[in-house]
Each structure stands twice: as structure tokens, then as C-alpha cells.
Design a protein around this ligand. Structure first.
Ligand SMILES: Cc1cc2nc3c(=O)[nH]c(=O)nc-3n(C[C@H](O)[C@H](O)[C@H](O)COP(=O)(O)O)c2cc1C
Length: 333
């Protein structure tokens, strides 16, 4: 009995020691983990970041704002867009930074010379962001002699933005957006370009918010041939605006092949026209006589109002349209 009692005390002692050891091991682990976390946090805030690391990579970000801003007027607008849309952001910086003398315009400064030179492509500093996960790219720049700075051209020629929606915005002393945004289209032909918008220097966060809201309420005109939605760059004109209204509930048009270069169909409505003698090419969409829509897979010269351009190759257009009459659907949603 006594022996049994003594054995029991020893057992309790061993159990106590084991329990104490386990407890201390757990406490030690927790402390170690906290230190690792702290040191990781310290690392991310104190170590210098490389250019590619400065591009945030939020999982939800299908929108990125990319901008160039030499004197800091475009930058806050880019930041407002980023904040409002919870987007990512990337600043384009020149490898050889623009000094104050470089941007004294009308003095034959570096910026003046670059803007005059069609082949000028100033190098960009650091790595460019990986755009593969983004659907929408806001691209901001200052107006330099009526156009986007040539570094924007460098950027667009260096990335693949095929199928992505590009929304240009700019600031200027007084010039409108003019042709600055449209002149970027050839650099990214397979992107879906939205109209460019110019903002005055000092535009407020509230104004940017209103602009973003107004874009959301505007419908997007979509073109389907059969089941396939096609990527189209629509013109910014009153004919397209009227077409958007017409297409709000969706309209289907029976097209007919004509002349071995086009398909034409009735809109059953008359739209505003701005007819000009035009030589069309494959992919062009035009308005004929104000009430017919024509899509080309070849070329013709006539008096038309341009509506847009389908981002497909000549062979893809021929394949789509030269094998018999098609139905097209236009829907603004
Ligand atoms: C080289 C150069 C050319 C410019 N050309 C024009 C112009 O044609 N029209 C205009 O209104 N402003 C012009 N500006 C003024 C800028 O567009 C304006 O200050 C812009 O907001 C600058 O943006 P940032 O501070 O983001 O660089 C020019 C500025 C520079 C440096």
C-alpha cells in the first residue's frame, strides 16, 4: 500500500515535469513567432524597395492607374482615381529625368525636341508592371504641345494591352485633350480605347469622383456577330451617341453581303451624320445614308460617317463576313 503510494507520488512528479516542459516549449514557440513577424514587418518598412516592388499587387485589382507627371499636376488626379477605384498605381519615370531646363517649352528644350520628333522614345526608368491581371488601365499624362509626352508612346510600345480597356486622362494649362488620346490608338490597336478626358490643373477629388461615376452610368456599346462579341474602338461623335441610345434595349440587324467588300443592314432609324468622302479598310464600321450600318472586310471609297473599327485582322474579317449574310446585334449596357 505504502509502496503503491510512493510510486504514485513519483508518477505525479514526472507528469508535472513533463507538463512544465511542454508549457515552456509552447511559450517559447509563441515568442519566436512574434519576433519573426516583427522582423518581417520591419523588413518591409525599412528596406528600400525596387521599382517593381513599388507596384502594389492587390488581388482584387483589375484596374491600374498608370501616369507620367513631370511637374506634379497629373499625379494627384491619378491618386484620386486609385483611391476611388481601389486600384493599383504605377508612375512612369524617365530613365534620364527631365530637368527644369528640359521642360521650358518653346525654348527648343529637350521636351520640345522630343515632341517634334516622331521617332523619339525616351527610356523609362526601372521595370514596368505586369499588366496581365488588369482589365482596365487608366493612363494619365500632361499635354505637351497638344499631345501626350513621347514617354507615353514608349510605354505603350513596351507592354501588351491587347483586349484591355484603356481610359486616357490628362491635365494641361488650357489645351483640350484634342487628338492626344486618339494618336495613342495605333500604339495599342488591339486595346479597347475609351475617349480621353482633359482636366484642369487643381481638379478636385470630388470632380474626379463625379467623372468616374458618370462613366459608370454611361452604357458601353457592344457589337456581336452571331454569338461573338467583337472588340470595337467606337468614334467619339454624335452618330455613335445616337447609336448607343438606339441600342439600349439591344437591336439585331440582318446584314447583306454587298460588292465583295462589305455587309450592310438597315438601322430602322436615322442617325445624325457627318458624311465625308472616305476610303474604308477591313474592320471599319460606317454609317451610310444616315440609316444603314456597313461593316467592311475589304475597301471602298464613298461618302460615309465613321462609327468605329473592329480590332481584328484582315483574314479574321474576311472569315467573319465573306461567307454569307450575318446577323449583328448592338447592345449598349
Ligand atoms: C513641354 C511642355 C509642353 C506643354 N504644352 C502644353 C500645351 O500644348 N497646352 C497646354 O495647355 N499646356 C501645355 N503644357 C503645360 C502642361 O500640360 C501642364 O502644366 C500639365 O498640367 C503638367 O502636368 P504634370 O505636372 O503632371 O507634368 C506644356 C508643358 C510642357 C512642359
Amino acid at each position: 500500500m505504502d509502496k503503491h503510494k510512493t510510486f504514485g507520488k513519483k508518477q505525479y512528479l514526472v507528469l508535472f515535469i513533463v507538463a512544465a516542459l511542454i508549457l515552456s516549449a509552447f511559450t517559447g514557440c509563441t515568442t519566436q513567432k512574434q519576433i519573426e513577424t516583427e522582423s518581417t514587418n520591419n523588413k518591409s518598412t525599412t528596406e528600400p524597395l525596387t521599382t517593381s516592388e513599388t507596384v502594389p499587387t492587390t488581388e482584387k485589382g483589375s484596374v491600374i492607374v498608370i501616369y507620367f507627371s513631370r511637374t506634379g499636376h497629373t499625379k494627384p488626379l491619378a491618386e484620386y482615381i486609385k483611391d476611388e477605384l481601389e486600384a493599383d498605381i504605377f508612375e512612369i519615370e524617365a530613365k534620364i529625368p527631365y530637368t527644369d531646363d528640359d521642360i521650358k517649352y518653346y525654348t527648343d528644350c529637350r521636351a520640345d525636341r522630343e515632341q517634334k520628333d516622331p521617332s523619339a522614345r525616351p527610356e523609362i526608368a526601372g521595370d514596368l508592371p505586369d499588366l496581365s491581371k488588369y482589365d482596365t488601365i487608366y493612363i494619365g499624362y500632361p499635354i505637351w504641345h497638344g499631345q501626350a509626352p513621347k514617354i507615353i508612346y514608349t510605354f505603350l510600345e513596351s507592354v501588351n494591352v491587347s483586349g484591355k480597356t484603356l481610359i486616357p486622362f490628362c491635365t494641361s494649362a488650357s489645351s483640350p485633350v484634342g487628338s492626344s488620346a486618339e494618336n495613342l490608338h495605333p500604339l495599342a490597336q488591339n486595346a479597347v480605347w475609351k475617349d480621353g478626358t482633359r482636366f484642369a490643373i487643381g481638379t478636385s477629388r470630388e470632380e474626379i469622383k463625379e467623372w468616374l461615376n458618370s462613366m459608370n452610368t454611361q452604357c458601353e456599346l457592344k457589337l456581336y456577330i452571331g454569338e461573338n462579341e467583337l472588340s470595337v474602338n467606337w468614334m467619339n461623335n454624335s452618330s455613335v451617341e445616337a447609336l448607343k441610345e438606339l441600342a439600349k434595349g439591344g437591336i439585331t440587324i440582318q446584314m447583306s453581303m454587298y460588292g465583295g467588300f462589305e455587309q450592310v443592314g438597315p438601322l430602322n432609324a436615322t442617325l445624325p451624320t457627318d458624311d465625308k468622302q472616305t476610303t474604308t479598310d477591313y474592320g471599319d464600321i460606317v454609317l451610310y445614308s444616315g440609316n444603314q450600318i456597313v461593316i467592311f472586310y475589304g475597301s471602298n471609297s464613298w461618302s460615309y460617317t465613321r462609327l468605329g473599327h473592329i480590332n481584328l485582322s484582315r483574314y479574321e474579317m474576311i472569315d467573319l463576313l465573306s461567307n454569307g449574310d450575318v446577323n449583328i446585334t448592338l447592345r449598349c449596357e
